[in-house]
Design a protein around this ligand. Structure first.
Ligand code: IDP
Ligand code: MG
Length: 141
């Protein structure tokens, strides 16, 4: 089981002023932040990051949303990080998300859903490498 995952505090949450509250939830859930950066994704970055969804009907809107304003990308560390972070954020659609999850508390709808979380150790590694070089990550905490 890997101990790293990749997270994004998405543009809707940053715009709504929820960056700090969500960062706090990350720490409260026991994650170490290995690196974090505020950035505005380019269209090329958003299309590349979500390439797996390129055939989906919502792809164009998703790229527009992810490039609409600043977001915060984070590399997180915890035992069983991928599964633990997915539990902390809740279901993709906030209407289906459990109580006390980040998406239940901060998401607007299925697209503007406040946060991203990797879905496997393999993708976590790829997604961290998409935004961070090795030298930008703190060594294991
Ligand atoms: P996940 O973020 O929970 O892993 P995915 O299915 O990987 O969900 O979808 C990636 C992102 O695409 C979602 O977080 C959400 O922003 C957007 N998305 C997913 N499904 C829909 C949809 O049915 N309509 C609009 N946007 C969607
Ligand atoms: Mg996904």
């Amino acid at each position: 089981m890997g101990n790293k995952t990749f997270a994004i505090i998405k543009p809707d949450a940053v715009k709504a002023g929820n960056t700090g509250k969500i960062y706090d939830r990350i720490l409260q859930a026991g994650f170490n932040v290995l690196s974090a950066q505020l950035l505005k994704m380019s269209e090329v970055q958003a299309k590349g990051f979500y390439a797996v969804h390129r055939e989906r009907p919502f792809f164009g809107d998703l790229v527009k949303f992810m490039t609409s304003g600043p977001c915060m990308v984070l590399a997180l560390q915890k035992d069983n990080a991928v599964e633990s972070w997915r539990k902390t954020i809740g279901a993709t659609n906030p209407e289906d998300a459990d109580e006390n999850t980040i998406r239940r508390d901060f998401a607007t709808n299925v697209q503007e859903n406040a946060v991203h979380g990797s879905d496997s150790d393999e993708n976590a590694e790829k997604e961290i490498a998409f935004f961070f070089s090795d030298g930008e990550l703190l060594s294991d905490q």
